[in-house]
Design a protein around this ligand. Sequence first.
Ligand code: G
Ligand code: G
Ligand code: MN
Ligand code: NA
Length: 252
Amino acid sequence: QLMASELRQALQQEKLQVYYQPLMNIDGSRVMGLEALLRWHHPGKGFVPPAEFIPIAEETGQIVQLGEWVLREACRVARQWPQLSIAVNVSPIQFRSAGFVERISEIVRSEQADSQQIELEITEGVLMDDTQEAKVIIDGLRAAGFRIALDDFGTGYSSLNYLSHFPVDKIKIDRSFIQSLDSGENATAIIESVVKLGHAMGLTVTAEGVETSSQMSALAEAGCNQLQGYLFSEAIPPDRIASLLSSGDYSG
Ligand code: G
Ligand code: G
Ligand code: MN
Ligand code: NA
């Protein structure tokens, strides 16, 4: 497969980049953290979206190496900005790979970063298959100091059920709910209930895909804690983090 070998080469030759999208406080005035997002600028094809190459990396197993590389990069950013939490996406394949907890703990140690600054974003898919094993891994991650965020919350089959069985620190409400805010419907009621539930369990609640200021107002009204989306910033290369933090103007 062309893509798989190209991807291997890109990783070896450091053609992949990690970009960072800010997570804002509720009125969008302050950067609370950054989410690391993979970018691949292919010499011939131009920008290849992660939605295209991550499934391939998962099929070939390259996702383990790729995920560890992203974490290593993210640790360097974490060390440079100790006031920010840095979120890293974890594929279900990486999550289940042998020695996952030990391997990522070792990466954080060798990069001299603080695991408490690192937030691992997992999806329901991670928790689904063998829930007993998943619980052992989650417990291990938390014991190692990592924080856990449940990504794309609300899109799976039984998000609420997982919430009661797995100790997480944050839920990230999927952007489909935030987009529904504009069409009225029941989105407001759903988001308000998720926030209430999250807070009752002591969790931070983040909204993803915030694109308009009317969505921001509705999310503030609902009691959300953090916002992420194009209204504030798309994912940016690491050399633009400093100006992002100092500008104080995150709109557009
Ligand atoms: O950045 P973008 O919105 O195009 O990302 C699309 C999808 O790719 C998202 O679901 C995102 O979580 C995933 N993704 C981006 N970067 C990474 C990464 O470093 N590791 C994993 N496992 N998924 C990623
Ligand atoms: O699944 P995950 O939440 O990791 O996906 C993050 C993806 O969402 C990234 O590909 C990122 O580029 C994208 N994204 C971030 N902010 C917005 C937004 O405001 N609107 C839309 N449509 N996508 C967004
Ligand atoms: Mn994510
Ligand atoms: Na998401």
